[in-house]
Design a protein around this ligand. Structure first.
Ligand code: TIU
Length: 219
């Protein structure tokens, strides 16, 4: 298939393509979670849920594997570097009890993916301690087993976990496409800058295009 995209069309085979939905967790999109504890207005992230749901549905219909990630830590914080937990002056630190359970801890309500985008039974969910989804996870092995060459990205936040993972993917030889309206940042100017820097210099990191364009190519 040919996917119309910026900075130029991307050629990809649906049989070797996978969708990675980054960190669409209550901790980032609902009040009382990790995103809010850092001082962010979390409401703007909720707006991408419908477009992300359409992208997930289109990939499922086309037989493109859907992989979900969650940024979260073990209850004993053994996989959370002190530098991450102690940074800055958040209202709640990772592991502290909040309105959705312990902040950014695996198994707590806040760490769950929002109900509208819930993984189907059998879909892969990767818990990751870092911003990038390749760091300290089995994502590389999983993609190798699938034979994946092209990655479609969605999720939050654009310039933090999404961009970090796209850069990791780029260095590992994947072609990466970011779904423009299925990703969001707490800072609109950071989202705009990230889209621009990804596709600059002849797709130095990857491509960007709207969800509807991806669905058209997959159909
Ligand atoms: N703070 C922020 O923008 N993002 C994160 O901490 N994690 C993700 O992006 N998932």
């Amino acid at each position: 298939m040919i996917i119309d995209a910026q900075p130029f069309a991307l050629e990809a085979d649906p049989a070797t393509t996978a969708l990675i939905v980054i960190d669409m967790q209550r901790d980032f999109v609902e009040p009382g979670g990790f995103g809010a504890s850092l001082g962010n207005d979390v409401t703007r992230l909720q707006a991408i849920i419908p477009a992300t749901a359409r992208l997930i549905a289109g990939c499922r219909a086309a037989g493109v594997p859907v992989i979900h990630t969650r940024e979260c830590h073990a209850p004993d914080l053994s996989d959370c570097p002190p530098a991450k937990r102690l940074r800055g002056a958040p209202s709640l630190r990772i592991g502290d009890p909040g309105p959705m359970g312990r902040v950014l801890i695996a198994g707590e309500p806040g760490a769950e993916i929002v109900a509208e985008l819930a993984p189907l039974p059998g879909e892969t969910v990767i818990d990751k301690p870092g911003k990038g989804a390749f760091y300290a996870t089995n994502l590389s092995d999983h993609l190798a087993a699938l034979g994946t060459r092209t990655l479609i990205f969605a999720g939050v936040t654009t310039e933090v976990c999404v961009q970090t993972t796209m850069r990791e993917a780029n260095d590992r030889g994947f072609d990466s496409l970011l779904a423009e309206d299925a990703t969001e940042s707490y800072f609109p100017e950071f989202k705009a800058a990230t889209l621009a820097m990804i596709r600059a210099q002849g797709a130095i990191v990857g491509w960007t295009t709207p969800v509807e364009t991806i669905l058209t190519a997959l159909a």
